[in-house]
Every structure is written in C-alpha cells, then in structure tokens.
Design a protein around this ligand. Structure first.
Ligand code: FMN
Length: 414
C-alpha cells in the first residue's frame, strides 16, 4: 500500500510534499504554522481574514482602534453606509502580515494566502482588489480564493505584474462551480494553477446546504477529475475535507488528486493560533458536540462546536471597529437580527440573538469554534496527561504522520 510520501505535487519544475494545510481565519492558521509546513516541504496557508486585527496583534499597529475612533459616533446607528475601510491602511496591514511571513520563510515548501470573497468589507471589489494585489506585492507564493464564487477575482488583478507567475487557485465543491469559474475567466487566458475540491466534512464555511451529509468527497473528486479530462485540462486537483489519516490521504492521491488539503488535525498543534483552552475543547469534543448551523451572516452554513461561546451572544454589531462582512449595500444579516431582537424587547438591557452571530467579533476573539467533522477523533491522535488534559502536538509531528503513516495508523507523540 502506498503512502503520501510516494507522491509529489508538481508545479512546473518545483516538487512538493503533497500536503497543503488549509487557510483558517482569523489567524488560526498562523504564520508560524505556515512557516513550519513550508520548512517541511509542503504548502502552508496564512489567511487575510481581518488582516488589520491580525497586524495589530502581531506587529503592535493600531489599525482597529484608529478605525473605531474615526467612526465611533456611528456605533448606535444601524446604517453603516459611511463606515469604510481605508484602502491604504488595508494595504499596509496586508504587507505587514504577508511580507513578514515571507521574509521568515525557510525550506522548499510554499506559503499561500487564503482570501475569502465573502469578506465584502462594505466595498467588495475595491477591498478585494487591494487585498489580492498587496499580497502579491508582498511576495506571497500563491493565493487560494475561497468562500464565494470568485467569478471576477482573477480579472481584478489581471494587470498585476505577478498575475501569471504567482500560483492562483480556487476552492470549489462541485464540477458545476468549477465550470462556471472557467467559463467566466476564459477571456483572461489564464487557468487556475490548482483547484481545491472541498467536500462536506470540512471546517469553516461549507459550499453545501444543510443537506451536506448527502454528499461525499470521493464522488465529487471523481466528477471533477472526469470533467477536467473531458475538457482536456491538466490542472492539479487537491482534495479537502475529512482526510484524517495518511492512509485517507494516500487513497485520494491514488484516485488522481495531486495533493490533499487538511486542517482539523492541525488545530491542536502548538503553532495553531487557537488559545490553549480552546484546543482542549477540540480534543474533548464528541461527535454530538459538532453541528452545521446557519448563524454565519455570510449565508453559508458553517460547522462548529455547539458549545461555542459566540452562539446566542447578544453583543451590539461592531462594524465601526471591524465591518468585514458588510456587503455592497452596507448590510450584514447580524445587524438585522440584532435590531429585530431589540425591537421585540423594548427596555431590555441585553437581548439574545440566536439565529445569527457577530462573526467578526467572535472569530476575532476565538469564540466561534469552527472545526471539521472529524474533530471528535482528535483525542485519538495524542496522549492524555496526568492532569486530565490532552497533549498539544507539534505541526511537524502531524505533518510527518500524514506523510509517512500507513494502514490507518496514527503515530502518537513521545
Ligand atoms: C478551524 C478551521 C477554520 C477554517 N477556516 C477557513 C477559512 O477561513 N477559509 C477557508 O477557505 N477554509 C477554512 N477552513 C477549511 C480548511 O481550510 C480546509 O479546507 C478543511 O477544513 C480541510 O478539511 P479537514 O479540516 O477535515 O482536514 C477552516 C477549517 C478549520 C478546521
């Protein structure tokens, strides 16, 4: 039986270990995690979700408080149309985050950035164009376009000098979405360099409805590979979602995947950005503790632990400080839900909002514990310590376990 290390992901002359660690916002897939994966010869992702917040936390910039200061007087209003991102600041924050990461890169692997289209930031085109071009300017090896269809994203950067040299890829969950993307971008004469096919067991937002359980990754992979063959297109396809062991990964590589993208197993590594207490929640979780719900204001179903403190929280929308989910009409579904509850409970000091969450605030504070469906198996990947807690792993240990293990075995840490 083959193992992952018997395969290589090829980009032109470059050969990589075919393991990609998926982007996990907000700063769950940290620069440290991406750097470690690049050192080990794979592909690591940072994420540009809430990049101004990430920059403040890491580089002591004051982008969030400056934005809040500017718009503070608007906080009580539900009209957010005047709350804008300063594009120069967005560029600076992206350059800090990406530039410092790329300066620290060692080894033969690569570092990509995950860009979610659904972060519409009250000016979808302008802010996305700035995020993408600033990341390219700062030397990122590649960009993975996710959470949204991204039909027009390539065109936003077609004049960038690195448009044809950086690796650009998309995440899709069906051959239909892929066909739409390729059709829409045909005039640019620039195919994606890779396609991530994300199945229904992934963490974060899903490209499926609440009927996600009816789908499975191997079937969708087969459909996508057949579609590309029928179109005579040779693009590396990367399988993602629920790939828990090296043997699971090897099976996809044997099916024709060029690599696998994994994330959940890295949420309990030292390099992951989740606070230690939250990593223990992931270890402790049972299958019943995991749900796919519709509380994300993006409109996409999202998988998370039911015990996430951000579920049913009642905070006032924080768009003056954040505002990443404000759409082209300055709306966010959480604002509507919050206002509805306030109107229904006149005079109440606090209201409870159950159907939506202020995702910016809660992802920033690590209070929405998004996770993959296999999270309940994490406890089997480590040892229990005398105090009852679980031993946090190193990214190297998990990476090598994927790379070398066979027979569904998982190597425990020393
Ligand atoms: C905690 C967590 C956060 C995630 N956040 C994002 C994200 O911000 N953007 C994105 O495109 N995918 C996100 N994902 C999806 C992963 O990048 C990846 O494709 C998927 O989870 C792989 O499946 P696995 O977790 O079963 O290994 C997230 C996954 C997890 C577990």
């Amino acid at each position: 039986m083959k193992r992952v290390d018997d395969f290589r992901l090829r980009f032109g002359k470059k050969e990589l270990v075919p393991i990609v660690i998926g982007g996990m916002g907000v700063d769950i897939s940290t620069a440290e995690l991406a750097l470690e994966v690049a050192r080990l010869g794979g592909i690591g992702h940072i994420s540009d979700a809430m990049v101004q917040t990430v920059s403040d936390r890491r580089f002591d910039t004051k982008f969030v408080s400056e934005k809040l200061k500017k718009y503070k007087t608007n906080a009580a209003s539900s009209d957010k149309s005047n709350v804008h991102f300063n594009l120069a600041v967005l560029e600076e924050a992206t350059r800090y985050h990406v530039g410092r990461t790329m300066d620290a890169k060692r080894g033969d692997g690569m570092i990509f950035i995950n860009c979610m289209e659904k972060l519409t930031m009250n000016a979808p085109r302008e802010t996305l164009r700035m995020r993408l071009s600033a990341a390219l300017d700062a030397g990122i090896d590649g960009i993975t376009l996710s959470a949204g269809l991204h039909l027009g994203s390539f065109a936003l950067i077609e004049d960038h000098p690195r448009f044809r040299d950086a690796k650009l890829g998309i995440i899709v969950s069906s051959p239909r979405a892929l066909a739409m993307f390729l059709r829409k971008n045909a005039r640019l004469n620039r195919l994606p360099d890779f396609i991530v096919v994300e199945g229904p067991l992934a963490g974060g937002h899903l490209g499926f409805g609440l009927d996600w359980a009816k789908y499975d990754l191997a079937t969708i992979m087969g459909e996508v590979l057949a579609y590309l063959k029928s179109e005579h297109l040779d693009i590396p396809v990367i399988a993602a979602g629920g790939i828990f062991t090296g043997s699971d990964a090897a099976a996809f590589l044997e099916q024709g995947a060029a690599a696998v993208q994994v994330a959940t197993r890295f949420t309990v590594t030292q390099e992951c950005g989740l606070p230690d207490k939250v990593k223990q929640e992931y270890f402790k979780a049972s299958e019943e503790d995991i749900e796919v719900n519709t509380i994300s204001p993006t409109g996409y179903p999202m998988r998370m632990l039911k015990g996430s403190p951000g579920i049913g929280s009642s905070i006032r929308p924080n768009c003056e400080a954040y505002g990443y989910l404000l759409d082209a009409n300055s709306r966010c579904a959480y604002i509507d839900s919050y206002n509805r509850e306030v109107e229904l409970h006149p005079g109440a000091k606090k209201v409870k909002v159950m159907d939506k969450t202020c995702l910016c605030t809660h992802m920033r504070n690590f209070d929405i514990w998004t996770c993959g469906q296999t999270t309940w198996r994490l406890k089997d990947t480590t040892r229990k310590l005398p105090d009852g807690s679980y031993q946090v792993l190193s990214a190297e240990q998990v990476f090598h376990d994927y790379q070398f293990s066979v027979d569904q075995k998982i190597a425990l840490p020393d």
